[in-house]
Design a protein around this ligand. Sequence first.
Ligand SMILES: Cc1cc2nc3c(=O)[nH]c(=O)nc-3n(C[C@H](O)[C@H](O)[C@H](O)COP(=O)(O)OP(=O)(O)OC[C@H]3O[C@@H](n4cnc5c(N)ncnc54)[C@H](O)[C@@H]3O)c2cc1C
Length: 565
Amino acid sequence: MATELLMPKLGLTMTEGTIDEWKKKEGDSVAKGEIIYSVATDKLTNDVEADCDGVLLKIIVKEGETVPCKTVVGFVGAAGEAVPDVGAAPAAQAPAQSAPASAPASDSGVLIIGGGPGGYVAAIRAAQLGAKVTLIEKDKMGGTCLNRGCMPTKAMLHTSEIYHDAKSSEDIGISCKDVTVDWEKVQGFRAGVVEKLTSGVKGLCKLNKVKVVEGEAVFTGPKTVSVGGESYSADKVIIAAGSYPIIPGIPGLKGCKASIDSTACLSLDHIPESMVVIGGGVIGLELGSVYMRYGTKVTVVEMQPKLLPLMDGELTGMLQTKLEGQGMEILLNSSVTAVEDTKKGAKVTVKCPDGEKKIDCEMILVCVGRAPDTCTLGLDKAGIKEDKGYIVVNDKMETNVPGVYAVGDCNGKLMLAHAAMAMGETAAENAMGGDKKFNPEMSPSCAYVGPEFAGVGYTEERAKELGIAYKVGKFPTSGNGRSLVSGHTDGMIKILAGEKYGEILGVHILAPSATELIEEAALAIRLEATLEEFTDTIHCHPTVAEAVRECALNCDKKAIHIPNK
Ligand SMILES: Cc1cc2nc3c(=O)[nH]c(=O)nc-3n(C[C@H](O)[C@H](O)[C@H](O)COP(=O)(O)OP(=O)(O)OC[C@H]3O[C@@H](n4cnc5c(N)ncnc54)[C@H](O)[C@@H]3O)c2cc1C
């Protein structure tokens, strides 16, 4: 049977390609591995090799024609063999135009519910595009991210890192005698960071003429909300209501005085002696790391077989070893089954693979995930579809009600602040007539644990699940001068690239400044870059970024500074 020749998918973002040139004519013989046609995207041109010997029986897609990926473009087979009728090749749709930043001013009103990173970014972008914007916030501008999430945790991680470094730098010749913690000042620093950032957001809204209304918005119709009895409506509505921490139904947990959530954990009035963290996700590990560095005995209990379930498994294993080396106890495949109050805090019962454990602790930090803050929004009054509280949206962030969008944690696509901001920009541009899409697979993920951890694109687990043929490169930070200087030689960089064309599919970094380095990788994936383009880019020396390039070289066994295995 004749073999189909397909328009290849040369990168995560490629949806269509143009036949640049047929290197053979119909009737020419073709050998396996021989270049048979070349394909162009808006960014690169790639040669496509024949998978088998035979004759080019038929060309379906002519030179210059653009078709979606995986479309049959021709057939190879035995001379004289019949070719199946596949009809005319489907033409690719003209690329969608996003609303340009300089789109003509519009007098449409946009109503935004929630002033977190999803909501305030949507407000500013809609205002830039000419909308009259009203933003309603029931608590504090800046949302979870600025008030009780990303930024206060990073302030606490920063102070705890300085304390830890001051106490443990004797081996590099720095002795700090009598290092002490002034907890009130530490807390003051955290509060100061929050104050500066939230007032900055208020200032930006003012600058962009966004009207901010204080109060809780409740839908009374598809595009109408009531705030403290006053009614607001607009042509377009963007919901950015965010999320709140889940408290699981563990017997004894509700009402246990020693139990806190991530918000309370940020403003404790002292450093606890011991803490059981329920949940080994990003928030539990970041806050657990803060208190561990300040001397708290931290035990993390995680139900799954690995920490950070969505990140690359090999690297999370290395992170676990690192955290255990720093003094954190980690119980995997384990779950908390009961909690009881004690004089000094609580007794936690944990079901572990090797039996039951009872752990006495001063505090229990509950970090098992977050739920969408939508139950009091009155979504039913607006006819907006939800699924377990998450507002259902398409890739343009639009709900089932035309003109009503939902962004950030409340739609559950990806519960991270930068994803909320990207969704906010997408919704605002679409509300103003654009045609922009948000793809969660293009968004990097991050965890600020020592050293940092970041990833973008497919993990090895995901690539296997999808049956993608890939090659992998690895580079240990022990082979990188800059990592050696900062004492982080137990990290690793890992790159997955398509086996045939070398397109970059996933980059995972456990190394100092991983959350800064991942942007280069995100851009590479966004631009459908190949290993060659990545490695042809000169990187500064000495940097950790050099190790990312070396890792790309290792995919083809060409790394310079390690033996290529
Ligand atoms: C401890 C912690 C650390 C984190 N660290 C990071 C990190 O390092 N990096 C990262 O990317 N993400 C991090 N996150 C996640 C990040 O904070 C969230 O993904 C992000 O804040 C979501 O933004 P959002 O705009 O969707 O929602 P939110 O930030 O939750 O904002 C929603 C806002 O809507 C308001 N609101 C809700 N309902 C109504 C209503 N009916 N009327 C009026 N107002 C309403 C709320 O008061 C809130 O201010 C962290 C989260 C936590 C808890």
